[in-house]
Structure formats: structure tokens, C-alpha cells
Ligand binder design. Structure first.
Ligand code: PEP
Ligand code: MN
Length: 455
């Protein structure tokens, strides 16, 4: 059965059977739930909960991503490495949304290109880990797998996977998305508010530079308004969500067959990606995501061969549908200039037009002598530069950027104009997982990307 074909002629029972095919395949990175009967009950309950996103929105995003793949737009994906339940506060969500809107303004204005905005939000709760367990002072407990599985505190009770967290994760995602929709549809994201997104943040060089851009935009809007243009459309902003589709006990119950198109949509998020550690060609995650209509991303690390990439295209985009498939490369600053060009060359022969996005974070992790996981801002910038250079040389489109960021003044990544150094890291290191760019570093990166885009 060709499972991405228009499904109107595929019997519903076959579609549903296909959605459970992953269960017979090798699977990685799932928790060892202590009580499988309870997990089954939770899955059933989750399957009866309302969808978080609608099929029509998902289809619209696919069109937007197709435009980006064709070089007519640029995609900005950003948010926490791991969202936490405790961190799902109004302030926190607002600062992240504001930061993404500000970055989008910098990119749109600086490079005169439409920007597709997407939060790594409202569902980014499950984490792949390099080991199933963690040992501290002779005590071994299960590794932290994200708030949707277990707690971060290093006690037996907290680290034991608890299926109630799957339902809690759904409700956290739902309230987060509700606020994101309010911010982006209710007037807050109106371009005429471009100045107010900067308020509350310190007057750093990046924010001052932003302020100058905002002034120019203001003047342009006032001029157009005076000339009689109707800016009603500016009031609302399209804002999409995405997360790593990792925890199958969440992703499968959230997947429903749409009554309009009779095709399966994962209604937990508009966009889903498969991580570097779970993208095995014959594994559960690739099979499951090949069957949903959502646009799908795949993370590609430096060891990805052209053959593997070709096979991923065959499995995830057999119909060569524009906007369907995004490759998110995370090579590392030192490797991207060697690792990316062969993939771009191989893709040219596939009649597939994947969207290419750079994740300049995950190939650049280091650990300081004092034990902090961090990244150098300069490495992040260097990987972005290598991404643009490779695309320019290959004649392909650099279509977007995927970053771990927060709207807060944390000190998790080294460098940037504030020169965060190893000593400073401990002053405000809050991530439970990977280090994020703080608000200023995010704006600085956006200015650099805008320069590359318009070069
Ligand atoms: C992540 O995005 O947090 C992640 C684990 O990435 P990757 O799959 O690229 O390692
Ligand atoms: Mn991460």
C-alpha cells in the first residue's frame, strides 16, 4: 500500500491498521513504564480529548513550507530544548513569543522576505537521552526523559515514569497553545505593536538596533496608512507549533483521521520532526510519521550519507509533495562545509524539493570543566554561515533556521555581545536539557541571518 497517496480510496480499516504498524517495528527512546495497564488506559483517555490543531491549519503550513523550499520564504523555528510544566507560565510564554516575533521582524525587514513563524512549543516535552539511567554518588535512577515522562529531581519517586504525565502534558500543551493563539490573533502581534515587543527587555546594543528597525517600520506603516492602505491583515499573525515526535504513547492517541479528507493528521502539533537518534529507516518513528499528513522534519547529523537521505525521501515523501519534507541539518560548525554539500548534490537528482533548515545548536555542544553543557555563540554563527555558503555553492535554497532559545536573560550559551564566559554560566543557568540562546543572543543571531539572507 502506498500510504501517502490520497486516501479516499483506501478503506478506513487499512488506514487505522497502518497507524499501528510501528508497534511491530524496532523502537528507540521510549520509557519503561512500570504499569503498562495504566499506560493503556491513559492512551485511551487521550484519544478522546479534543485536537490541539486542525487539519486545515496543517495543510496551510505545508503550503508555507513549500514556498520556503522554493526560496520564496524563510522559516524560523525556535523555543526551549525541553519545555517544562513549571515553565509554562504566562510571562515565560509571552517572552518566547515576543522574541520569535522580533526575530521575524528583523528577518522580514532585513531580507525583504516573508517569514514562517513556528514555536518549538506546546508539546516539546519528551527528550531522547544518551543513556537509560543516570548515576550520582553511587545511586542509579532512570534518566530524565522530559516532563511528559518523569520528573527532573534525582529521587526514585520523581524519576519513575508516571503515565499521568502524558495527560498533564496534553493539558500543558493546550493551555500554552491557547495563550499563543491569544497573543498572535488578539492584537498583540499586530505589526503596529512592533515597538512594544521590545519593552521590558534591557537596552542592549541588539535591542537598540532592533528599536531602529522598528522605527523605520513604523514610518513605513504610517506612510502607507496615510496613503489609504488597509492594514487589517496586520492584526493577526500566522504562528505554528512543532515538536519532536518522540513519545509514541502521546503521538499515536493524538493522531486522528480527518472527517473532511479521510486522512490521518497528528493533531498535537502542526509540524513534527524525527530526531537524529530515532530516524532509523526501518524503525517505528519513520514508519509512523510516513503515514500522517503533517509536514515532517528529519534531523540530519554529520554522519548522514546520501543513501540514507535518499531512503528518507522515499519513505517520507514518496509523492514528492512540496512542503512535505524538511531536512534539519545539525552538523557542527567544523563539519557543515564538508558534510552538507554531498547531501545537497544528491538531493538534486531526486525530483524532491525538501526544505533545508539549519539547526546550528545540536552539533556544537561542549561541556565546561565545571560541568555545564554549553555552546559557543561564535560556533552557532559559524554553522549558520557554513549553511548559507554551502547552499550558495550548490545553487539550492537555504530555507530556514531552527534554534533553542528563550525570551529570558539566561546565561547558558557562551559569548555574544555580552561576552558570557565560563564563570558567568552559573549565574542564571535554567535549562534542564540543552543550553538556549538568551533574548539578546537570539536578536543578534537574527541580524546576522538577515545579513546572510540578503547577501
Ligand atoms: C533536540 O532538538 O533537542 C535534539 C535532541 O536534537 P537532535 O535530534 O538533533 O539531537
Ligand atoms: Mn536540544
Amino acid at each position: 500500500m502506498s500510504h501517502n497517496a490520497p486516501l479516499s480510496d483506501v478503506p478506513l480499516s487499512d488506514v487505522l491498521a497502518g497507524l499501528d504498524e510501528w508497534m511491530s517495528l524496532p523502537i528507540k527512546q521510549q520509557p519503561n513504564w512500570p504499569d503498562p495497564v495504566r499506560v493503556a488506559r491513559v492512551r485511551q483517555e487521550l484519544a478522546t480529548q479534543p485536537p490541539l490543531v486542525f487539519a486545515g491549519e496543517v495543510d496551510q503550513l505545508r503550503e508555507r513550507l513549500a514556498a520556503a523550499a522554493a526560496g520564496k520564504a524563510f522559516v524560523l523555528q525556535g523555543g526551549d530544548c525541553a519545555e517544562t510544566f513549571e515553565g509554562a507560565t504566562a510571562d515565560n510564554i509571552r517572552n518566547r513569543v515576543k522574541t520569535i516575533l522580533q526575530m521575524a521582524v528583523i528577518l522580514t525587514y532585513g531580507a525583504s522576505t516573508p517569514v514562517v513563524k513556528m514555536g518549538r512549543m506546546a508539546g516539546q516535552f519528551a527528550k531522547p537521552r544518551s543513556s537509560d539511567s543516570e548515576t550520582r554518588d553511587g545511586v542509579t535512577l532512570p534518566a530524565y526523559r522530559g516532563d511528559i515522562v518523569n520528573g527532573y529531581d534525582f529521587t526514585e519517586q520523581s524519576r519513575t515514569p508516571d503515565p499521568q504525565r502524558i495527560l498533564d502534558g496534553y493539558h500543558m500543551a493546550s493551555s500554552t497553545l491557547n495563550l499563543v493563539r491569544a497573543f498572535t490573533q488578539g492584537g498583540f502581534a499586530d505589526l503596529r505593536e512592533v515597538h512594544s515587543w521590545n519593552s521590558g527587555f534591557a537596552a542592549t546594543p541588539a535591542n537598540q538596533r532592533y528599536e531602529r528597525v522598528a522605527k523605520e517600520i513604523d514610518r513605513a506603516i504610517k506612510f502607507m496608512e496615510a496613503a489609504g492602505a488597509d492594514f487589517d491583515a496586520l492584526k493577526r499573525v500566522e504562528f505554528y507549533t512543532g515538536h519532536e515526535a518522540l513519545l509514541m504513547d502521546y503521538e499515536r492517541p493524538m493522531t486522528r483521521v480527518d472527517s473532511r479528507t479521510h486522512q490521518p493528521y497528528n493533531t498535537s502539533s502542526h509540524f513534527l520532526w524525527i530526531g537524529e537518534r530515532t530516524r532509523d529507516l526501518d524503525g517505528a518513528h519513520v514508519d509512523f510519521l510516513s503515514r500522517v499528513r503533517n509536514p515532517i522534519g528529519v534531523k540530519l547529523g554529520p554522519s548522514t550519507t546520501p543513501d540514507t537521505m535518499r531512503e528518507l525521501v522515499e519513505r517520507l515523501d514518496p509523492h514528492r509533495e512540496p512542503g512535505r519534507l524538511t531536512f534539519i541539518t545539525r552538523m557542527g560548525a567544523g563539519k557543515i562545509r564538508d558534510a552538507l554539500p554531498p547531501l545537497l548534490e544528491a538531493a538534486a537528482g531526486l525530483e524532491s524539493t525538501p526544505l533545508w533548515v539549519t539547526d546550528p545548536m545540536h552539533g556544537n555542544g561542549i561541556t565546561t570543566p565545571s560541568g555545564y553543557k554549553t555552546r559557543r555563540f561564535d560556533d552557532v554563527v559559524d554553522e549558520v554561515t557554513g549553511f548559507f555558503e554551502s547552499h550558495r555553492a550548490a545553487g539550492t535554497h537555504p530555507g530556514g533556521i531552527h534554534v533553542e532559545l528563550t525570551g529570558d536573560d539566561v546565561t547558558e550559551c557562551l559569548g555574544g555581545s555580552e561576552h558570557i564566559d565560563e564563570e558567568t554560566l552559573s549565574t542564571r543557568y535554567e535549562s534542564l536539557c540543552d543550553p538556549r540562546l538568551n533574548h539578546k543572543q537570539s536578536l543578534e543571531l537574527a541580524f546576522l541571518v538577515a545579513e546572510q539572507l540578503s547577501a
